[in-house]
Design a protein around this ligand. Sequence first.
Ligand SMILES: O=C(O)COP(=O)(O)O
Length: 365
Amino acid sequence: MLSSSSRAFISVAPNSLSKTLISSNFVAKPRNLSSFSRQFFHLITLKCNSNRNHNHRKMASSVSTRASAQQLKNPDELIDSVETFIFDCDGVIWKGDSLIDGVPETLDMLRSKGKRLVFVTNNSTKSRKQYGKKFESLGLSVNEEEIFASSFAAAAYLKSIDFPKEKKVYVIGEDGILKELELAGYQHIGGPEDGDKKIELKPGFLMEHDESVGAVVVGFDRYFNYYKVQYGTLCIRENPGCLFIATNRDAVTHLTDAQEWAGGGSMVSALVGSTQQEPLVVGKPSTFMMDYVAKEFGISKSQICMVGDRLDTDILFGQNGGCKTLLVLSGVTNMEMLQSPNNSIQPDFYTSKISDFLSLKAATV
Ligand SMILES: O=C(O)COP(=O)(O)O
């Protein structure tokens, strides 16, 4: 049985293609597709990934098919078994604007062993360039090309489906998304400047919206308001074929290291509520960024270890990509959550923080 949102996507697809894709369970990528069909294939694949995540969460109380995570005891064995480490940022490298202990030395050690390091974040408030500056301000030397943020993923996704340049993107989110859309050559409206807008209601008032908006991108937004919800809702519901793209659905984020703050998932859920549609998620755990990284650097996914602090984004992202996975307890997940009978997402290994790579090494010498 298809969800109402799946039906909404299928209604924009050519009938024969939709039947093929649905009956083949979306496993194989059809060849020789027209640009429109390719776009639909991408939609349905990402949709499928985001549904899988949703189902995964729903099934979290059912029997786990994976062995329980093992505590990391011999980091060298893990380090030697892969050529690339993908690090999540918030909760692994930093918390808010505070660097987590031992990170610079750990990254230096991995680089000295010839490991490729890639940094992936679901936080869309900054562009790759802006994240480059954040790494620098924390004393970490990381190239822009090694950083993959969900703001970049939103623009890269639109490029991958040949999203028409004459269409506009309505943004509910911050500067990072706007910057990445500009770099990709897309016109955008909305963003922080709609943060001050209020709706003056009077009888018969009808809010106008731009009919050339072909995609609504929703990410973490500290300037979120009712105007934006209504504007995005009108575009998705009334502009034929308008895409609903979420950079991420994280429940919480670290605006500061002192507490957990409502994350990008809260803004996305407002639009899910009003449109009754599920978004295409381009951030973790969707495989879009993983596929992009693997292709960009020509890496085999079995040669990657994904390191993250969140089970339903980072660890699932690694597992969806067929990578090794390491959970660190320096962010939003604690031992109780990992071992809870309600959690079915088990990484290969867990440890308290990434600098355990150094201290455990010292202990085993
Ligand atoms: O801040 C967020 O929402 C998530 O950020 P992360 O992917 O770097 O953990």
